[in-house]
Design a binder for this molecule. Sequence first.
Ligand code: 13P
Length: 260
Amino acid sequence: MPSRRPLVGGNWKMNTTRTEAEMLAKAVIEGLGKELPEACDICLFPPFPWLSAVTDRVGSASVAVGGQDVSDHPDGAFTGQTSAAMLLDAGCRMALVGHSERRHGLGESDLVLNDKLKQAISSGLEAMLCVGETLAEREAGQSEEVVAKQVKQGLSGVPATDLGQISIAYEPVWAIGTGRTAAAEDAQAMHCRIRADLENQYDAPSAKGVRIVYGGSVKPSNADAIFAQPDVDGGLIGGASLDAEGFIEIIRAAASMSAS
Ligand code: 13P
């Protein structure tokens, strides 16, 4: 992996009770010890109601906490939404934008996601823009075109100077929670394509600096092969992040890539 520092996120989705969330965060922090955060950025994405409980548990700055979503508005009459300022107030440093379970499950458009991303970064959060094709799009040979559009529209109007606050998660929808992972070479090919598109949209040094992580059935058993790819800068982990030991193994795999 080139000079980009690896990044591993644990997306807990709509899982855990408050006690389970606190115990999971504690187990991750204690299991990591002191060394690993030096070699890898780590962010936990618990459900909204447990954010403060988890940020309290995490305490130190070495493991970040993030929201699984962020509103496209700063405040006001938006029932059920959570603003970037609220996330910051709860101790978050990051927010996911455009997870496929929101794009496809809730119908969030590229336009709304672009507004969410801008809200996040203008408030001082880091945003992880999630992109990925569905199985039907893949089978129709449209993967690259679909992902390129999601990246382009998601970052529309975002200046190069803000790219330091942005990472991208390539999560092919057909690989999420299915046990099917993209072949490491296929993940690399898509990450490389995303980086080339970023170079076109911005410039080479900016594109080189953006971390592009892979998500979709990453487990301790396949993490090494995926993270060994030169344009894969870590992972966004769903199911396997609910088990502290397995999640820590995945973090170790990413951290060891930065050392090699
Ligand atoms: P799984 O790791 O459970 O496939 O989920 C991936 C994901 O959606 C992370 O955001």
